[in-house]
Write a protein that binds this ligand. Structure first.
Ligand SMILES: Cc1cc2nc3c(=O)[nH]c(=O)nc-3n(C[C@H](O)[C@H](O)[C@H](O)COP(=O)(O)OP(=O)(O)OC[C@H]3O[C@@H](n4cnc5c(N)ncnc54)[C@H](O)[C@@H]3O)c2cc1C
Ligand code: FES
Length: 278
């Protein structure tokens, strides 16, 4: 049993086994729980998060972005923002961390079966989508066409670039874009919502899964609606500062819902009237 099953605030002891530098501000950490049985038993759905802690500093919320079938490590991609994430960025293989999770609901991938899927991501927003994308590629026959529009400020700001050729080999139609021309860049230039409008994916039997900065989400939603997508066809994952992660402290509420317990994944249909800024 995970320690968190006994006391939900108690983290499991883990250790960093690998650090991958993704961008100037984002690093990916592979973490293994010290207790081998607990590592093997750690089960989660794509889209679920965990609280990562640096002992003596604090904890912060991150999406688990390894595929759920991977029992070798748990993967988190962390953007440097403030105190905790600064300390996480200083971790090296062998360093201890706490892991409290899995938390939240995850993506309803069962309801997406037999549908065409379009992932639309900006920057670090690719992290939650990576897990679901890998899950769908492992269960390829259950899904229709899979496409991805992924944008970042500059080529250096794209996460997982080294994996993209592999996704393409597995049949994902990938469109990459950056905000401005850059030396050697041969893909698209322009904001993600513009590229979405240019690509104009048909809403027919398609689900759109969107994650990125709020401004990107806002304009992608306009674009999707213009293309004829209905709110039940659009999913997003929301970020609100979290503390308990289990629906107790009230830190992450949004209307009647708690992002930690009811989300972080919501369909636009569920969000109707709840987030005016979206
Ligand atoms: C459901 C969920 C999933 C997340 N997944 C990831 C992930 O996979 N990778 C990742 O890098 N980050 C993710 N985050 C954001 C991450 O939790 C925060 O960036 C982190 O808590 C910052 O901690 P800190 O102590 O370093 O920063 P702080 O010192 O607490 O804050 C530094 C600055 O960043 C701002 N800030 C911090 N957190 C947020 C936030 N959530 N939204 C807006 N502004 C914020 C603060 O207002 C402050 O200005 C996720 C958050 C949530 C709620
Ligand atoms: S973080 Fe405590 S209620 Fe969501």
């Amino acid at each position: 049993m995970l320690a968190s099953a006994v006391n939900p605030y108690l983290p499991e002891l883990g250790r960093v086994v690998e650090v991958i530098t993704e961008t100037p501000t984002i690093k990916t950490f592979r973490i293994v729980l010290e207790n081998t049985e607990k590592m093997q038993a750690f089960d989660f759905r794509p889209g679920q998060v965990a609280q990562l802690s640096v002992f003596g500093v604090g904890e912060a919320t991150f999406v688990i972005n390894s595929p759920p079938t991977c029992k070798d490590y748990l993967q988190f991609s962390v953007m440097r923002a403030g105190e905790v994430t600064q300390k996480i960025h200083q971790l090296v293989p062998g360093d201890p961390v706490g892991v409290r999770g899995p938390l939240g609901n995850g993506f309803p991938y069962e309801a997406m079966q037999a549908k065409n899927i379009i992932f639309i991501a900006g920057g670090i927003g690719m992290a939650p989508l990576r897990t679901l994308l890998l899950f769908m590629l492992e269960n390829r026959k259950d899904y229709g066409e899979i496409s991805l529009i992924y944008g970042a400020r500059s080529p250096q700001d794209l996460c997982y670039r080294y994996e993209i050729p592999n996704w393409q080999k597995k049949g994902v139609d990938v469109v990459l874009t950056v905000d401005a021309e850059a030396p050697g860049w041969t893909h698209r230039v322009g904001f993600v919502p513009t590229v979405l409008s240019e690509e104009a994916p048909s809403p027919n039997n398609r689900i759109a899964i969107v994650c990125g900065p709020p401004i990107m989400i806002k304009f992608v939603l306009f674009g999707l609606r213009e293309l004829g997508f209905e709110d039940w066809q659009i999913y997003t994952t929301l970020e609100k500062r979290m503390k308990c992660g289990i629906g107790i402290c009230g830190r992450c509420n949004m209307g009647e819902k708690f992002v930690c317990a009811d989300g972080p994944v919501f369909s636009m249909e569920e969000l109707q009237g709840m987030v005016p800024e979206l």
